[in-house]
Design a protein around this ligand. Structure first.
Ligand code: 5GP
Ligand code: ZN
Length: 113
């Protein structure tokens, strides 16, 4: 499968990695929209959050742990941040491998959508 984030997860493509373990990889977005813009990506290929199995507690926990690590180590836990995951082209998804944008370090617009 020709998937950009599978390639990054396999280290076939370079990324600036923030944290990584067996289940997830977090790396800096190539086109940052804020001082902190990190993508938290499960290594398992899933298209979007709707494909995530609620019973896959290990993966869910790994995702949450990575998000928490990112906000704590970048200093945005106190200043405020947003976690977003897009699903489908109409929602703005451009890479069809599940990922969570962790964004902070500036004032974010209040409105969603
Ligand atoms: P989406 O639009 O699917 O929600 O988010 C995809 C994100 O991946 C975008 O913010 C885009 O800047 C980022 N991105 C696209 N290609 C690359 C790449 O090769 N490396 C990194 N680090 N980020 C990428
Ligand atoms: Zn993939």
């Amino acid at each position: 499968m020709d998937c950009l984030f599978c390639k990054i997860a396999n280290h076939d493509l370079h990324a600036t990695i923030v944290v990584e373990n067996e289940d997830v990889i977090a790396f800096e977005d190539i086109n940052k929209i804020a001082p902190v813009h990190v993508l938290v990506v499960p290594k398992k290929h899933l298209q979007n959050v709707a494909e995530l199995d609620p019973e896959d507690t290990r993966l869910l926990s790994a995702i949450q742990t990575a998000i928490k690590y990112v906000v704590q180590t970048t200093g945005i836990e106190e200043s405020g941040f947003r976690v977003t995951t897009n699903a489908g082209e109409s929602a703005g998804q451009s890479v069809f491998h599940l990922h969570y944008h962790v964004i902070g370090g500036r004032n974010l617009n209040v409105a969603l959508g």
